[in-house]
Design a protein around this ligand. Sequence first.
Ligand code: PEP
Ligand code: MG
Length: 596
Amino acid sequence: RGLGRQGKGIQEARFVGVPGSPGAAVGRAVVMLPPADLEVVPDKTVDDIDAELKLFQNALEGVREDMRKLSAKLATQLRPEERALFDVYLMMLEDAALGGEVIEVIKTGQWAQGALRQVVGEHVNRFELMDDDYLRERASDVKDLGRRLLAYLQEARSQSLVYADNTILVSEELTPAMLGEVPEGKLAGLVSVLGSGNSHVAILARAMGIPTVMGLVDLPYSKVDGIEMIVDGYKGEVFTNPSEVLRKQYSDVVEEERQLAQGLDALRELPCVTPDGHRMPLWVNTGLLADVARAQQRGAEGVGLYRTEVPFMINQRFPSEKEQLAIYREQLAAFHPLPVTMRTLDIGGDKALSYFPIKEENPFLGWRGIRVTLDHPEIFLVQTRAMLKASEGLNNLRILLPMISGIHELEEALHLIHRAWGEVRDEGTDVPMPPVGVMVEIPAAVYQTRELARQVDFLSVGSNDLTQYLLAVDRNNPRVADLYDYLHPAVLQALNTVVRDAHGEGKPVSICGEMAGDPAAAILLMAMGFDSLSMNATNLPKVKWMLRQVNMSKAKELLVEALSHDNPQVIHSSLQLALKNLGLARMIGPGANKSL
Ligand code: PEP
Ligand code: MG
């Protein structure tokens, strides 16, 4: 596929995945590995062999030292013959054994990590073929040793890793934590072999405005480190070793977008109001600290969804109440007096905490969101206490509950929030009870909108999960990505029902899924009667631009038409045609969003 050894092919090659975040980028690939996963270490030739040898010697020394310490620490708990295992490890590190073999491979020009993978792999294969149970078990010792050595090598590497301007970060499975590794301003594009446009890392990428391609299953990612790459986040394509012509073409797109974004900046101070006078409040979704500044630059009128799991994911352990308080205070203060809707911890599914592993066959139908925190009320109480304390004197907090599937969960959560409120007041913090809302993102909640609405102050539709659950399409699976469609008639019907029933109970309803940030879909949502739209900061100006051109009366016509079709494709094309006829195609062309 145009990639020679080490990917230094001269030929242009095209790889097709799915769109993750719109935009185009031209840059150089940096392959990032998950910490100490030996199997995915790429091959790489190096010129400075001595430097690699030195790195490896240091890693050997580090592991030896760890082994000695571990052995000494366990001296009182293990019998001498059990402690002999550590001697075996130390022996394996010797020049005459594994250590020596790695050095030989490095001398052929392979980098230390690649040489280690090769040698460990050979040893493991040999052990695993053995009949003897004891010897077969040794395979895991070798693997363990390999991981320990790799951890040292990667530590050394990440310290010396230089990210050039226009870095394109490539990984087998991008994680939210990886996004934080590249210094601000250097990251131009993202490429992930696994995952789809609805994965959380893609949502973060859109929030950061970084062109992203997901589900690039054919990319030999371990071979692309250091090569030139084009990321087309609109079409979901990546080009390696692009020709001069193609590079020029994409550089022009990048420049055009920069100018478009600049033009939209002018909208910042203008209200989001249709020509016939309908006000549509535009709120923002946040998670990363960087979102705060971006949201303010773009004139957001509040935070409709603060994903509290993001700071949890970046951490190495559960943040304490005090640490959470500081993080939440920062959010609340930054937007004050505008309201900030903080969602309680929504982990599970594809949002894992390294320090709280959940292993399930069906994670999206498993222990997720409110289910986890109701089973661990201590986590829920600490979090809500921190939120309440953080809001003292600001009083702009709203609390939002994720993954509610029925009344009992809501009642239990409300009970805990009241308890937390009582506690912090007893401790002398003077805060009013904040408005509490539920997310409607499970089909069961759609049919219970009225019952739920009676017990809360507001509702917020999570169209990302609602689409996934209504259509039974895994939001992370690239194979079914084309079936995932928030303009599907069933989704539109459900949304319409939720708005009608929420308003029937006199409660406001907003929507905070990615759909709200799609300028064309936003027209339909406004027509349905949503009281606010909450979206990533990147798309906010585009949505504002669109709604400032479309009369509410026209939006209602478009909605009636969309609801009359039974075929998602027809809904897409008729909406597209209507906008084209209104002269509004600019915001829905390549770049605006993936829905059209
Ligand atoms: C949603 O499901 O639409 C939502 C906003 O939450 P998340 O994407 O974090 O699951
Ligand atoms: Mg959700």
